[in-house]
Every structure is written in C-alpha cells, then in structure tokens.
Design a protein around this ligand. Sequence first.
Ligand SMILES: Nc1ncnc2c1ncn2[C@@H]1O[C@H](COP(=O)(O)OP(=O)(O)O)[C@@H](O)[C@H]1O
Ligand SMILES: [Mg+2]
Length: 385
Amino acid sequence: MRVILITGKGGVGKTSLAAATALEAARRGHRTFLLSADPAHNLGDALDRRVGAGTVSLAPGLWAREVAVLDELDRSWSEIHTFLRGLLRESANPLIADELLTFPGLEELVALRAIREVEATGEFDCCVVDCAPTGATLRMLRFPDALRLFMDHFFEMKRKGVRAIRPLLERLHADGMVPDESVFDAVERLVADVDAVRRILIDGTRTSARLVVNPARLVVAETRRTFAYLSLYGIATDAVLVNRVLPEAASHGFFARWAEREREELEAIEASFPLPRLAVPLHEHELRGQADLASLGERVYAGRDPAELFTRSRPIRLEKQAGRTRLEIDLPGASKEELELVELGHEIVVRVRDMSRIVALPESVAGRRVERARLEAGVLVIEFA
Ligand SMILES: Nc1ncnc2c1ncn2[C@@H]1O[C@H](COP(=O)(O)OP(=O)(O)O)[C@@H](O)[C@H]1O
Ligand SMILES: [Mg+2]
C-alpha cells in the first residue's frame, strides 16, 4: 500500500492538499483511504461534512476517518500508564513523573498507527495522511529512540526477575513497586506497534512525505529544517507542494511588489528542495467542500498520478567505495556548526540543531571506529576504519 504523508507548518494548506491528493488518487481508480492524524482535525471543515472517528465513504473508492488520538492512546497505554502513575505516586520528583507520563511524541505515533490498521484490511492501494504540524510530526519520529532507552531499563527489570529493579526505580526512589505481567505485555505490544509503524515510514518504496510550503520566508526556513529532520529519521520526501502562489495577473498593479517578493521566495524554494515541485495557485476564495478540493487535486497533479513515487530517494545509505564502507545521511541545508556526532559502540548519535537520532549501525560496521566524518553538499558522510 502506498503511503503519502502530507506535512508542513500550521496553516500552509496541509488538510486541503491531503484531501485534494486523496480525491485525485481515488478518481484515478486507486482504492484510497484519507486519514486525519492532526489532533486539531479540520478535515470535516475542509470537506464541509462530518468525518469523525468512524470510517466514512466520501466518493467511489475513497474513505476517510479522523484518528481520535486520546481514545487510541488510552487503549494501548492505559495499563502502562496506570503502573507508572502508581509508581510515581511514591516518587518525590514530579519532573520525572511528567517526563515519563507524557512521552513526547507518543500521541502522534499512536495517530500514525492507524496507517497499519488501514493496511491490515488489505482493501486499499493508497493511504493519504493529513499530518499534524511539523513540530508534532517530528516529535513522533524521535519517539522510538526515547522508547528504546526506556525499554532497555524496563526489560532489564524483567530479566532480573523483577527483584532488583534498579536503573529506573533508583531514580524514582520507589524500590517497592513491581510491575506485573500485564504491564510487561502492554509494553511489549507498544514496542511492537511502534516498530511496525516505524518500518512502514522508513520504507521508501512505499512511503513518502510531501512537504507543503507557502512562498513566505518563515515557512520556507522552517520547512527546510523539516526536510533535513525527515531525512535524518530515514523518511523519504518525494515532492514539495508550493501552495498559495500568486496568479499571473498579480504581477501588475497593487500586488506587483508582492509578486516580486514571491519570486525571490520561489527561487529560495527551488534552491532548498532538490525535489519535484508542484505549484498550487492562491484561489480567490477559501477552498471548501469536496467539489472544490477535487478540482484542486486535478489541477495540482496536472495529469500525473498522485500515487506515483515522484522521486526515489534513500535518505540513509550504506555505500562501499574503494573497499571502504561509508554511511551517508542526507541532511539538506544543514551546516557543519549545527552538527554533532557521538560514537557509542554499535550506535552513532547524530545531532542536528535540537534534534538528535540514535542510528543503530549495520552489522558490517558495528563496533568499528569512525575514521572520518564530513559534510559534503548536504550529505553527512561517515567513513569507517
Ligand atoms: N491555494 C489556496 N487558495 C486559497 N485558500 C487556500 C489555499 N490553500 C489553503 N487555503 C485555505 O487556507 C486555510 C488553511 O488551509 P488548511 O488546508 O486547513 O491548512 P492546514 O491544514 O495546513 O492548517 C483554509 O481555509 C483553506 O481553505
Ligand atoms: Mg489541517
């Protein structure tokens, strides 16, 4: 099943373009599911009809639903949550309690778990996801790392027969509490879920992100960072949807100055995103209702099939060159100053500004010393001894 993640800053047009993409995919005969994973659902508003948490049919070959994140969260998380809350009641440190109970990124991840459910039905060719604004989506990407660190401690408790629950509990001053089997089971289920979602997301043969931008300086700057972060987490981006481009007629008269500024932004977009770009004109009225969005889809994709992979990229690659193995990570737009690398035996921590990722090294290079690392035209190249 093809998975298309429509992402971008708040208000840029994600929901409109996600719906337009799904409508056009369905019109072309793909059995399509449109998922709203943004907790601030506005799919219903865009389509001018109720959508909600149950699946609704929108058009021939097109279904949709909004993920009710809190309900879903409760379903998978309640046992773990109850245990942690009990544990933390004994603990003196409310800061740690917060950190553990909220797990930044969990909500978004639970929302994306719905992709798996759509896939599991075997009834769809294409799933279009209206994502939460970039900040939240990126938190979600970081979640598997956070979870794994937590898990390492958690399973250690289990391994040690739960008697010597040191690492986590020491921090909490609550040695007396012991999780029972159902908590371990719940944790195992969560880990399996997270891993399955992650595997779908990093499979570049079926999943791509499409970045929605507006020709406006702040939007372009933020989206450029998002593009690098998505790569860092191994998610391929296959197109940029440039939304709210002024129509030709605006190049004279009152909007002439705007049009000029916009040209500069469009150049910046071209330079920042070496990807297929699809332009979406600014409409004279709000885009609302299915008919509007369907015709938007036809115009945006202009004869192309939205379910197509517009470009094939593997943001993280292991290459062999002259007998040497190198790990390459696309980090478009990143500069040397904002990059940091830490070796941890079988893992490398790559930090780009405020986002970091623990990259588990493949068998063939795990444990080998990093000989050289450099940034080469937006690609981090790590060479092993
Ligand atoms: N190209 C466009 N022309 C005119 N209005 C647009 C365009 N793209 C989006 N809009 C309007 O902008 C508002 C925000 O769009 P929306 O798709 O909800 O953004 P997001 O989901 O990113 O917050 C909506 O009212 C939508 O109709
Ligand atoms: Mg939206």
